[in-house]
Design a protein around this ligand. Structure first.
Ligand code: NAD
Length: 385
C-alpha cells in the first residue's frame, strides 16, 4: 500500500454527506455479486436436491455461545432446510447444559475450547461456525479446517491480512470450504441494491453514501479491546458500509482516504476509535463516502447513478430493512437472513459449488479495512493493492 495524497480537512458529517464528485470514465467491470434474487426472495421453493441427497441436512456446530449465536443463529437454525444445529463449543458448562436441553443436543456433540479438536472424529458435524471475538476467528477456523470441517467465520473474517490469508490457506490445504457470515447477500433489499448498481439499471453508479453505527454503552465489551476486536466500529459496523459500497458498485476500490472522529468519551474509547469516516475510490470513478460510529444509531445506504437513485434505511439490520428508488418504494419481503445465509452456504457445500460469500471476499474486505486505518493514521490517501 502506498500513501500519496493528503486528506482534506472536512468535519465528520461534511466528509460523508457533502463530498464532491470526481467521476472517471472507466467502464464498470462485470457484475460479480448479485445473483439469485428470485430464488432467495422465495424461501421454501428450493429444489436443488434429488434422490438420496434430498434428505441430507448438514450439521452445524456453533463455536461461541454469545449474543449472536444465542439470539440469531440458533433460532434461525430451527428454520433452515439444508442444515441444523448439531453441536456447540463453549467454555461455560452452564451454557452447555441450557443449550443441550433447549436444542436437544447430544452430549457427544458438545465441546469445550480445549476438547474442540476432537470434533474431527465426529461425523455429525459438517460445518463449524466461528462466532467468537474477531481476533479468535483465525485460530478456530484453522483448527476446524485441520479437523476436516467446512467453516463459516463471522465478520470481520480476521483482524489482519496475514490471518485472513492463513485461514484461506488452511481451508484449501484441508479441502474444506470457507465462507464469511455476510448475511446481507441473502437479504432482498440489499440484493436489489446490488442488482440496480451492477446491472446499471439507472446507468453507472456515481456516488454512494453509507453509514452504520450504534451507541456503545457496554464499557466492558471485547468490542472495545483492540487486541480482541482489531479496532472499533470500523471492524464491527463499518465493514457493512465497505461491503455495501463494493456490492453496489460491483467493483473493489483502488484507494481510500480516512479520518478518525472526535473522541467525546475518552474513558470508553481508550483503545479503539469512537468513530471513523472514509472515502473509497472505485476503478470506474465512483466514490463512496462512508462512516461508522459507536456513538450514533445509524444505518443507511444511498446510491446515485446517472439516471436515478436508491436508498436503503435501515440498510443493515437483522430485519425491518426498507428501500426506495427514484421510481418509488421497493416492495420486497422481510426474510430470516441468518436462515437463508446458512442454508445458502450449506447448499453450496452439498452441491460442491463456490460459496456466494467466500473467504476471498472476507480477505478483500480485511485488506480494505486495514487500508482505511492506515489512511486515518497517516492522513494520506492509501492505494488498495
Ligand atoms: P458476544 O460477546 O455476545 O459473544 C462472544 C462469545 O465469545 C461469548 O460466548 C464468549 O464467552 C466467547 N469468548 C470466548 N473467548 C472469549 C474471550 N477471550 N473474550 C471474550 N469472549 C470470548 O459477541 P457476539 O455479538 O456474539 O459476536 C461474536 C462474533 O459475531 C463477532 O465476530 C461479531 O462481529 C460477529 N457478529 C456478527 C453479526 C452479524 O450480523 N453477522 C452480528 C453480531 C455479531
Amino acid at each position: 500500500m502506498k500513501n500519496d495524497d493528503h486528506l482534506p480537512g472536512h468535519s465528520r458529517r461534511d466528509f460523508i454527506k457533502g463530498f464532491s464528485l470526481l467521476l472517471g470514465s472507466a467502464a464498470l467491470g462485470a457484475p460479480y455479486l448479485a445473483q439469485g434474487l428470485d430464488r432467495l426472495t422465495r424461501p421454501g421453493e428450493h429444489q436443488f436436491f434429488s434422490g438420496d441427497r434430498a434428505k441430507k441436512k448438514l450439521g452445524i456446530a456453533l463455536v461461541g455461545l454469545g449474543s449472536y449465536s444465542t439470539h440469531q443463529l440458533a433460532p434461525a437454525l430451527a428454520e433452515t432446510e439444508n442444515c441444523y444445529l448439531a453441536g456447540i463449543v463453549t467454555g461455560t458448562p452452564a451454557k452447555a447444559e441450557t443449550w443441550k436441553k433447549k436444542y436437544n443436543i447430544p452430549d457427544k456433540n458438545i465441546y469445550t475450547y480445549k476438547t474442540f479438536d476432537q470434533i474431527k472424529d465426529n461425523p455429525a458435524i459438517d460445518i463449524v461456525y466461528v462466532v467468537l471475538p474477531n481476533a479468535m476467528h483465525a485460530e478456530y477456523t484453522i483448527r476446524a479446517a485441520q479437523a476436516g470441517k467446512h467453516v463459516i467465520s463471522e465478520k470481520p473474517m480476521a483482524t489482519s491480512v496475514a490471518d485472513a490469508e492463513r485461514m484461506i490457506a488452511a481451508c484449501k490445504a484441508h479441502q474444506v470450504s470457507l465462507s464469511v457470515g455476510y448475511r446481507l447477500h441473502y437479504e432482498p433489499h440489499n440484493l436489489r441494491a446490488m442488482e440496480l448498481g451492477q446491472k446499471q439499471v439507472y446507468g453507472k453508479v456515481k456516488t454512494i453514501k453509507t453509514e452504520n453505527g450504534f451507541v456503545m454503552n457496554n464499557a466492558g465489551s471485547w468490542r472495545l479491546n483492540k487486541e480482541l476486536a482489531g479496532g472499533g466500529p470500523l471492524m464491527d459496523m463499518g465493514i457493512y458500509c465497505v461491503q455495501g459500497a463494493c456490492y453496489t458498485v460491483g467493483q473493489t476500490p483502488v484507494a481510500v482516504t480516512a479520518k478518525f472522529g472526535e473522541v467525546t468519551r475518552p474513558r470508553v474509547f481508550d483503545e479503539v476509535e469512537q468513530s471513523i469516516d472514509w472515502q473509497l475510490e472505485f476503478p470506474n470513478g465512483a466514490l463512496a463516502s462512508c462512516g461508522s460510529s459507536y456513538n450514533e444509531n445509524v444505518s443507511y445506504l444511498h446510491a446515485e447513478a446517472e439516471k436515478g437513485w436508491w436508498h436503503l434505511e435501515p440498510a443493515y439490520g437483522y430485519g425491518g430493512i426498507t428501500g426506495k428508488t427514484s421510481e418509488g418504494p421497493m416492495h420486497l419481503p422481510q426474510v430470516n437472513q441468518q436462515a437463508l445465509q446458512m442454508d445458502g452456504i450449506a447448499q453450496s457445500i452439498l452441491e460442491n459449488k463456490a460459496s456466494r460469500v467466500p473467504g476471498e471476499m472476507g480477505l478483500r474486505d480485511v485488506k480494505i479495512l486495514m487500508a482505511i486505518y492506515e489512511a486515518a493514521r497517516t492522513g494520506k490517501k492509501v492505494r488498495i493493492a
